[in-house]
Ligand binder design. Structure first.
Ligand SMILES: Nc1nc2c(c(=O)[nH]1)N[C@H]1C(S)=C(S)[C@@H](COP(=O)(O)OP(=O)(O)OC[C@H]3O[C@@H](n4cnc5c(N)ncnc54)[C@H](O)[C@@H]3O)O[C@H]1N2
Ligand code: MOO
Length: 406
């Protein structure tokens, strides 16, 4: 059997980040920067006030106290967005938070140290030099690289990019993914189940996983076990697609439609990978544009684990990420378990932090039909190929599949 690592290598071979596109900021959320973001401005853009108060020349306030305040003339009023008149000795300018500090002022006195006057103001303390002034370029200097290409855009990144000038974000285009399930037993969720029918859940689970990974997705209705129909449906839907993901129909059954339809094309290979779940796998290219296809096994847990281990890295490479595989972290095992020697096992598990330590417990059994247990898991314990048993208390390797602080 082929190793998991070798199969992932084959899937990633020749996959490159998709082209750079300029998108609106909100569309950039979760995408990866295709070029460095260079600031077009200083941040702050100009010296501005950190407080509502009065811009002063602090020499005027020498000796000011509660009992003996200094009274000065208020010669102007600057709201945020307004331009300040220059400061002169013996006079102050009322400023609001964020407003430019007048040329010549060397501190801002907060309104709480004053009587709040508008023509004349009584001030009870002398501020320190530059007090409450947020200096120009304190944070970012014009021309500085503020975010490196390869960075995933998050809300604070969007805040920063929109603070420094460009009206758009330049990111790698998101992959367009086509998801389709196969199987004559499948009907859409919500419809009436006939004898021997089940709901098509894989296409929805996989479509959601694509979206969570950062791709855009088109999901087709499940295709019955008819190779000619499958080939036609795929041919019609291929234009504009970067990756096709199918589920089901790839093992050794009499009606394994994906294998029957795509196996004959000569561009898709079906293999057995030394893992559990997820042993049957297929990959290749389809159609005139040689669109990549990954065919996943139909058992729902197998499809999900295969997505995490094989498909997500391919999508992340297309998205422009450097790190494409999920990190593996250590955790202490809370319940002993066995594993098939010769296959890498991905055990559905629940990981959490207890008394400052990361601990993990298997959830449900090994069956790749156990969707209830799958949904209760937040991680996969990765048991190496040559390990047959792991005892309670031993350290294991864990692939965390859900966001959280564990
Ligand atoms: N004789 C053998 N039989 C099987 C082998 C084998 O080596 N020898 N491998 C088993 C393994 S491991 C897996 S995994 C499955 C993979 O089979 P297929 O990819 O052909 O999947 P199907 O047969 O189409 O379906 C399997 C199972 O999953 C259910 N299913 C399928 N699609 C969906 C869907 N969209 N939503 C929900 N559930 C779905 C389907 O009803 C079956 O129960 O083969 C083993 N057999
Ligand atoms: O690979 Mo199958 O996924 O063991 O059920």
């Amino acid at each position: 059997m082929k190793s998991v690592d070798r199969h992932l290598e084959d899937l990633l071979a020749g996959v490159a980040p998709l082209e750079a596109v300029a998108v609106d900021f909100l569309e950039a959320l979760g995408a990866v920067l295709a070029q460095d973001v260079v600031s077009q401005v200083d941040l702050p853009v100009f010296d501005n006030s950190a407080m509502d108060g009065y811009a002063v020349q602090r020499a005027d306030l020498e000796g000011a106290t509660e009992l003996d305040p200094v009274v000065l003339a208020v010669v102007g009023d600057v709201a945020a967005g307004a331009v300040a008149p220059p400061a002169t000795p013996g006079a102050v300018v009322r400023v609001m938070t964020g407003a430019p500090v007048p040329v010549g002022a060397d501190a801002v006195v907060p309104v709480e140290w004053t009587d709040g006057g508008t023509d004349r103001v009584s001030i009870t303390r002398q501020p320190a030099a530059r007090a409450n002034i947020r200096p120009r370029a304190d944070d970012v200097t014009r021309g500085e690289v503020v975010l490196r290409r390869g960075t995933e855009v998050d809300p604070t990144g969007i805040g920063l990019i929109s603070s420094v000038g460009p009206g758009v974000a330049t990111v790698h285009r998101r992959p367009h993914v086509l998801v389709l399930s196969t199987g004559s037993e499948l009907v859409p969720p919500g419809s009436q189940l006939g004898p021997a029918q089940i709901f098509d859940s894989n296409s929805l689970m996989l479509a959601a996983a694509v979206r969570q990974a950062g791709g855009t997705v088109r999901r087709l209705a499940a295709v019955h076990d008819d190779p000619a129909v499958l080939l036609q449906v795929l041919a019609d839907a291929l234009p504009g697609v970067d990756l096709v993901i199918t589920s089901g129909g790839i093992s050794v059954g009499a009606y394994d439609v994906v294998k029957a339809a795509l196996g004959g094309l000569g561009t898709v290979t079906f293999e057995q990978v030394a893992m559990q779940p997820g042993k049957p796998q297929g990959h290749g290219v389809l159609g005139p544009d040689r669109t990549r296809v990954i065919t996943l096994p139909g058992n729902p847990v197998s499809a999900y684990v295969s997505f995490q281990v094989f498909v997500r890295p391919v999508l992340r490479r297309m998205l422009g990420h450097d790190e494409v595989e999920r990190p593996i972290v250590p955790a202490r095992l809370l319940a002993a378990m066995t594993s098939p020697v010769g296959r890498r096992q991905f055990v559905r598990a629940h990981v959490e932090i207890v008394a400052g330590e990361r601990v993990v417990r298997p959830v449900g059994g090994a069956g790749s039909h156990l969707v209830g247990a799958l949904a209760r898991s937040n991680a996969l314990i990765v048991v190496p190929e040559l390990t047959g048993r792991v005892e309670t208390g031993e350290q294991v390797a864990v692939m965390i599949t859900e966001a959280g602080s564990w």
